[in-house]
Write a protein that binds this ligand. Structure first.
Ligand code: 3PG
Length: 306
């Protein structure tokens, strides 16, 4: 049984060791494809794989077609918008994620980016504090909950909007639930995005919504770049000199944003919310265990293409 770890952005070396250990114990072979630059390398590596562990790596119909033995793909992480679920289902390939395993890492980065913004990108000028500021958490899943927990330590006033999470769950964390995204953006100077990229959410963070934010607004995006309407974000930042956009997912129009809004826009060069030793270990080991459990016991608990 061959398990391919295909990670354009590699796990920490210790995480790879731990994944291999889990697979070795189950008499499964580990094949490692890291930092590949060409899809052809993935197609070639996938050809005799029974299982694949990925991160943001794209598994589309072409990759699935190149892997005739493939039974399962596990996305070591939360979002699975990088996998063609319909194509996988058509080929009877089970797709899973590992929810919650990297969420603290992403949440810590979101708060780190808020501090970076509040302190004027550490340029030496007098900044502001997060204490007492209103934070809006857009989607209250695993990452959103961790953001709330950490933001509480900063003394922020915390609000959340989630179309699917019952308000009792949000209230239990002493976070104020709001009834709509519009209300969240109107209420909060800081908004932290944690929505997945779906047909409904793509391009949904637009001029009209962002323009509801109060003065000195800061939008933090550690979710997905696809949810932002980038052209309208530029338009908004042109009309709102008080507005900052901070992200760890480089937008398509990064050059334009950098040129126009140097001290109000920041993106890390690589998506790095989940890039910690702990998150790599947690998500990687969970992925390996799920693969073993699938082949040995038929467990499909974390399947997302039902
Ligand atoms: C996720 O969906 O789990 C995060 O966005 C992390 O993605 P990554 O594994 O590519 O860093």
């Amino acid at each position: 049984m061959k398990v391919l770890i295909a990670t354009e952005k590699p796990f920490a070396p210790d995480a790879v060791k731990s994944i291999k250990q889990v697979l070795d114990n189950a008499q499964m072979e580990t094949v490692l494809l890291e930092k590949y630059s060409d899809k052809a390398q993935l197609l070639d590596a996938a050809k005799d794989a029974d299982a694949i562990i990925i991160r943001s790596d794209v598994i589309d119909a072409e990759v699935l077609a190149a892997a005739p033995k493939l039974k399962i793909v596990v996305r070591a992480g939360a979002g699975y918008d990088n996998v063609d679920l319909d194509a996988a289902t058509a080929r009877k390939v089970v797709v899973m994620n590992t929810p919650g395993q990297n969420s603290n890492a992403v949440a810590e980065l979101a708060l780190g980016l808020m501090v970076y913004s509040a302190r004027n990108f550490y340029d030496g000028s007098s900044g502001t504090e997060l204490k007492g500021k209103r934070l809006g958490i857009h989607a209250y899943g695993n990452v959103g909950r961790n953001v709330a927990r950490i933001a509480k330590g900063f003394g922020m006033e915390i609000y959340a909007y989630d179309a699917f999470c019952p308000s009792e769950v949000i209230e239990k964390d002493e976070v104020t639930p709001l009834a709509s995204a519009e209300e969240l953006y109107e209420t909060c100077q800081y908004v932290s995005l944690h929505i997945p990229a779906t047909d409904e959410t793509k391009n949904s963070i637009n001029y009209a919504l962002l323009n509801r934010m109060p003065k000195k607004a800061v939008l933090i995006n550690t979710a997905r770049k696809e949810v932002i309407n980038e052209a309208e974000l530029v338009q908004l930042m042109e009309t709102r000199p008080d507005f900052k956009y901070i992200t760890d997912i480089m937008p398509k129009n990064h050059e334009e944003l950098t040129a126009k809004f140097a001290n109000r826009y920041f993106s890390t060069p690589k998506k790095m919310g989940a890039q910690t030793a702990e998150a790599n270990n947690n998500a990687g080991i969970a992925a390996a265990n799920q693969i073993v459990d699938f082949f040995v016991n038929g467990n499909t608990k974390f399947q997302v293409n039902l």
